[in-house]
Each structure stands twice: as structure tokens, then as C-alpha cells.
Design a protein around this ligand. Structure first.
Ligand code: HGY
Ligand code: MN
Ligand code: MN
Ligand code: MN
Length: 416
């Protein structure tokens, strides 16, 4: 059966669906913006639901808004083999992050069904909502709920920058946050979860390798830091009488860069959000709010980075006379992929004659949460110039097609 499935994976159909999906939330000057639980994300989920239906899958939603397409296997009593990804984006994002894993998983199940490829386990595609942290400051919300990691209180705790809670956002789209307990596992035992994704870095491109076999996935701690100083006159206030919240924030931001550069190669730190109040050119900033993302592939190093950051916060607060409150919005732990899945992906690359190499994922994915309840694996395809989370994000359709072929063959092997 080797290669028979791969041969049917339809590159033109994938390309057309990617093109159609990429136009949702698209602005020619800015790229795509499909924030969680906004009209563009829901429109994208509806479009993908249509693709699932035309592929002949059994479609359902859970009470978190996650979408599932199921292809029943020959025996209904076995745990399901899952794939999938997400269709939301960051602000001004690209067309490939999340979408290629979603569409390729649907394509794989369509090809398996249309060619009557035998498989005992049910095959399920999961489209997890709210994978990006761009709205609520925490990412992978849909898969976190799917693995049972959120409490009802979390849905009231997490808020967007307009103060809209996650619970309210769910309700606006007709989902019931009080039914959160029904979301876990969507009623199925999961045998494994395999996600295809763009690499979002440059290893595959630089090494001219077709497929990345992911060995570990980095995880974030997301912090929201409120720095309070004293607003004042930008001209009349002597420098020695200022309590400038922005200068304190700047010192903290530069310390994050130094900490990330000194602890380890995979230790990274980003200040992606800065809110300056009152944000007027002739007013000394009285308050600044920073959105901070610290990651590593080991918990020890990530915790060391956070500890050093908190030490810096103490020093800056004492030195500058500002008060600093820090809220931990999310904390996830790095994971390793499962050797069963890794070996199946590698074997499939050999069968199909595709070059492959081990890669570490600096980005997190829904697979990070799925690792809590099942064996996971990830397949990467090259990102041009390693760019992602920007309109310039690009991956060639030939690479996507190869990734989809590897995914389809791998899923059938795991679902036998
Ligand atoms: O931020 C991430 O790593 C992912 O793309 N949401
Ligand atoms: Mn992303
Ligand atoms: Mn992604
Ligand atoms: Mn580093």
C-alpha cells in the first residue's frame, strides 16, 4: 500500500483550498488577521467545515467551538487516531501557520475514504480554536480545553484588551462555557495525535531538507506586567524628579533580551505587547503594560529565566520608585514527541524517498497540549527565510504537498 495513498493526495485541491482560506481576514497591506472568536476565525472554521463535509467526514462541534471531522474505522471500539491544527492567526499574520496542517489532515482522510484504504481505528481531524495568544494573551486555548486543562474559572479570568472574557467570547458564538466539562476528549479515547505544520524557522531551508521530524516542542510562560510611575509634564519636569514608567519598562525589556541571550540557545524572550498610558508625546508615561513571552525547551531553563526576570523587576522597582505587578497569564511545559510516532514518520519519509531531519520546535502548537493525554508527533515543512507570524510567511505548495503525503501515509499506518 506504500505510496498508493500519497499518490492520491491532491496538490491542486490543497492549493485551491489554501488560497480560499487565505483570503478570510485578509488585508492586502497587512496580511491576515483571524483572532480567536472573531468573525474571521468563525468564517474560516465554517469554510473548513464545508471541506470536511465534501470529503465525506462526520462533522461536529464541541462547546468550546472546536470542530471535528471523523472517518469511522472498521472497529468502533478502538481509540481514535487524530490529526489537525488551527485556522486562527496572529495580528497581520501569514497564510500557512495552522492552515496547512488543517487542510492536509482533511485531504488525508478524504483520500483514505475515497480509495477505501482499510483502517481499524477511527480517524479524526481536530480544528482547535484560539491557538494563537494574540487576543487573550494565552495560546492553544481550544486544545487546552480539549485535554481538560481549563477550569470554568479560567474562562472568566482570561480577558482580551477590551476586557471581554473568554467565557463571554464563547457565548457570543453560541457555545456554553458552563458545559466546559463536556469538552474533554470530545468523548473519545485518543491513540495518538500527529500535526503537520510549517517550521517557522530556517533549519529545513538552510539544510535543503524536505521534512522535519520534530523531537521536542518549546513552551511559554506568558506574563502581563503593569508598571506604575507618575504622569507628568514632559517639558517642565526635571529629569531627577521623574518616575517614568516607560523608562522602567525599557530597562526591563532590555534585561529580558540579556537573560534570553545568556541562559541558552533555545531560551527566547519577547515583549510583543506595549501599552503606554496616557500615550501622549508631551506626557511622561504614568503607566505601562507589557505583554511578555518567555520560552525554552526545558522547564529548568525557562524557570531560571523567569527567576532572573523577577530579580530584575525588584531592582528596577527599587531604583526607579515604580510599582510593578505581574500576572502570569499562562504557563505551559515543554514536551518531547513519542518515539512510536517519530519512527513512523521517519519510516514513511524513507518509503516516499523524502529527505528528513530532526528539528526542535521553538513555536508551540496544539500538539503541546495533546501530549498531556496521548502520544504526539509533528511533521514540519520548510518556511521560506524562516519567516512566520508576518504577512511574508511563505511555504511552497510542493513542500506542503510532500508534508500532506507523509501525514496521510503516517496516519494510515497508525490507524491500521
Ligand atoms: O506562538 C506560537 O508559538 C504559536 O505559533 N502560537
Ligand atoms: Mn502561530
Ligand atoms: Mn501554528
Ligand atoms: Mn537564547
Amino acid at each position: 500500500m506504500l505510496g498508493i495513498i500519497a499518490q492520491h493526495v491532491n496538490k491542486e485541491r490543497l492549493e485551491a483550498q489554501l488560497q480560499e482560506l487565505s483570503m478570510i481576514g485578509y488585508d492586502p497591506d497587512k496580511g491576515r488577521t483571524r483572532l480567536p472568536y472573531t468573525k474571521p476565525e468563525r468564517e474560516a472554521v465554517e469554510l473548513v467545515k464545508g471541506y470536511m463535509e465534501s470529503a465525506g467526514l462526520l462533522v461536529s462541534f464541541d462547546q468550546f467551538g472546536n470542530l471535528f471531522g471523523r472517518l469511522p474505522g472498521n472497529s468502533q471500539s478502538l481509540p481514535v487516531v487524530m490529526s489537525g491544527s488551527h485556522v486562527d492567526t496572529v495580528i497581520n499574520g501569514g497564510a500557512f501557520d495552522g492552515t496547512i496542517g488543517t487542510l492536509s489532515a482533511i485531504e488525508a482522510l478524504r483520500v483514505i475514504k475515497e480509495n477505501n484504504i482499510p483502517h481499524n481505528h477511527d480517524l479524526v481531524v481536530g480544528v482547535f480554536v484560539s491557538e494563537e495568544a494574540a487576543r487573550f494573551g494565552a495560546g492553544t486555548l481550544g486544545s487546552k480545553a480539549f485535554v481538560g486543562d481549563y477550569t470554568r474559572a479560567d474562562l472568566d479570568r482570561l480577558k482580551d484588551r477590551d476586557g471581554v472574557t473568554l467565557a463571554k467570547a464563547l457565548q457570543e458564538w453560541g457555545f456554553d462555557p458552563d458545559l466546559l466539562h463536556t469538552v474533554k476528549g470530545n468523548g473519545s479515547e485518543i491513540k495518538c495525535f500527529v500535526e503537520l505544520h510549517i517550521e517557522q524557522s530556517i533549519n529545513l531551508e538552510v539544510n535543503k531538507i524536505a521534512i522535519g521530524v520534530v523531537d521536542q516542542i518549546a513552551a511559554p510562560t506568558n506574563l502581563r506586567m503593569t508598571i506604575k510611575g507618575k504622569a507628568g509634564h514632559a517639558g517642565a519636569t526635571p529629569m531627577n524628579l521623574r518616575t517614568d514608567a516607560f523608562m522602567a519598562a525599557a530597562e526591563i525589556a532590555l534585561a529580558i533580551e540579556t537573560i534570553a541571550n545568556t541562559i541558552g540557545k533555545e531560551t527566547v524572550g519577547t515583549v510583543g505587547e506595549v501599552f503606554v498610558n496616557p500615550n501622549a508625546i508631551n506626557v511622561i508615561p504614568g503607566e505601562v503594560v507589557l505583554g511578555i513571552d518567555i520560552r525554552d525547551v526545558t522547564t529548568e531553563r525557562k524557570d531560571l529565566a523567569i527567576e532572573q526576570l523577577y530579580n530584575t523587576v525588584e531592582e528596577v522597582s527599587a531604583k526607579r520608585g515604580v510599582t510593578i505587578e505581574t500576572e502570569e497569564i499562562a504557563r505551559q511545559e515543554p514536551v518531547k514527541t513519542a518515539s512510536l510516532i517519530v519512527n513512523t514518520i521517519r519510516e514513511t519519509c524513507e518509503d516516499l524517498g523524502f529527505s528528513y531531519m530532526n528539528v526542535t520546535s521553538g513555536a508551540y502548537h496544539d500538539a503541546l497540549n495533546m501530549a498531556k493525554i496521548t502520544d504526539i508527533g509533528m511533521i514540519f515543512v520548510p518556511s521560506v527565510d524562516g519567516v512566520s507570524h508576518a504577512p511574508e510567511e511563505f511555504t511552497h505548495i510542493e513542500d506542503i504537498h510532500r508534508g500532506a503525503q507523509v501525514l496521510a501515509e503516517t496516519l494510515v499506518k497508525l490507524a491500521k
